[in-house]
Design a protein around this ligand. Structure first.
Ligand code: KIV
Ligand code: ZN
Length: 385
């Protein structure tokens, strides 16, 4: 039977940490409402102790959404947890996401302490967060580089302390998919109480592997994926929601499903890009301007014969209005003929040959040939007018 993956969206927390992408509370509410319609299960709404604005946003998002769990980030500190508990008071279902470093690099160079002390602090934080009457998720920061036996010890201890969800972040985007998948598998094999909690994957994209690592984690038993719209986030970003949702939907063989209404993905991507003033790279999977655009002659010809030749997803499925054929100097006669027909011109083979020669001259000059260029070319061929 297909297993449900919880989608934990952190666009408004990890995503919003990107310089220049800060949103006002009103803008965050707009995004949160759309995330609810998109079908995400958990919205990480902010880091309440970090600023009065973030505190207010968590309160207002808690009031604005009904279905998703609203989550607030904290360090393993009393004040952070108190403020997060306060910010979540209107949430129908609230969650505190608390945690501490788990790798020796973080333990030594960030906290200047010992494994024993971080373990003790993490357990304390989970117990204290639990006392706020909300769900508790624990993050073992920099899990991707942590000693595996110590990570397993930490996961076991925080679950025993009451963590409902345990997040295994590859904070620095260091892991290879196989390595990250093996880490999750190891935890399932070595943590005796692991089935009492949901294991979550949270990957960063420093080596361009965030999505691959997330899928490897899910394939090895994790049941929550932490993602952002358009993959925005610290440095090279986080795992992108649209990629994970569409991989799961496209590869039924994974035996997984999500609640994401995929036809809302494109509009969601545009909204976040507009509000955060962060353009989507044209070749971005699923939502980039070129994701459903075909520009070389061989591809265009194959696509026009049957779209499945060159598309594994129907654009409708993600809310993209239609695929496009971009006319360039690499385009062939089939694409030119097709576009001329759309513009109302029927061409014989001989006419098309002449038109194509003229078209190539314009294409070499302009890189991309627009409809008005074609109409002008047709006007020079009396037979087509
Ligand atoms: O990348 C990370 O480790 C984080 C944690 C705060 C969950 O964002
Ligand atoms: Zn992160």
């Amino acid at each position: 039977m297909s297993q449900k993956i919880q989608i934990f969206d952190t666009t408004l927390r990890d995503g919003e940490q990107v310089p220049g992408c800060q949103l006002s509370t009103d803008e965050k509410i707009i995004v949160a409402r759309e995330l609810e319609l998109l079908g995400v299960d958990i919205i990480e709404a902010g880091f309440p102790i970090s600023s009065p604005g973030d505190f207010l946003s968590v309160i207002e998002i808690s009031k604005a959404v009904k279905e998703p769990v609203v989550c607030a980030l904290t360090r393993s500190k009393k004040d952070d947890i108190d403020v997060a508990g306060e910010a979540l008071r209107y949430a129908k279902r609230g969650r505190i996401h608390t945690g501490i470093g788990s790798s020796d690099i973080h333990i030594k160079h960030k906290f200047n302490t010992t494994r024993e002390k971080v373990l003790e602090q993490g357990v304390w934080a989970v117990q204290y967060a639990k006392s706020k009457g909300v769900e508790v998720e624990f993050f073992a920061e920099d899990s991707g580089r942590a000693d595996l036996a110590f990570l397993a010890q930490m996961v076991e201890a925080v679950i025993a302390a009451g963590a409902d969800v345990v997040n295994i972040p590859d904070t620095t985007g260091y892991c290879l998919p196989e390595l990250y998948g093996k880490r999750i598998k190891y935890l399932y094999e070595h943590v005796s109480n692991i089935h009492k909690a949901v294991i979550s994957v949270h990957c960063h994209n420093d080596l361009g592997l965030a999505t691959a690592n997330t899928i490897a984690g899910l394939a090895n038993g994790a049941r929550q994926a932490e993602v952002t719209i358009n993959g925005i986030g610290e440095r090279a970003g986080n795992t992108s929601l649209e990629e994970v949702a569409m991989i799961i939907k496209t590869h039924k063989d994974l035996g997984l499903h999500t609640n994401i209404k995929s036809e809302r993905i494109y509009a969601m991507s545009q909204l976040v890009s507009d509000l955060m003033r962060m353009p989507v790279q044209p070749n971005k999977a699923i939502v980039g301007a070129n994701a459903f655009a075909h520009s070389s002659g061989i591809h265009q010809d194959g696509f026009l014969k049957n779209s499945e030749n060159y598309e594994i997803i129907n654009p409708d499925e993600v809310g993209v209005p239609c695929s496009s054929i971009v006319l360039t100097a690499r385009s062939g006669r089939a694409a030119l003929k097709h576009r001329m027909e759309l513009l109302g011109y029927q061409t014989t083979k001989a006419e098309l040959d002449v038109l194509y020669e003229n078209f190539l001259v314009v294409a070499d000059e302009k890189k991309k040939v627009e409809d008005e260029d074609l109409i002008a070319l047709a006007a020079q061929m009396p037979i087509l007018v």
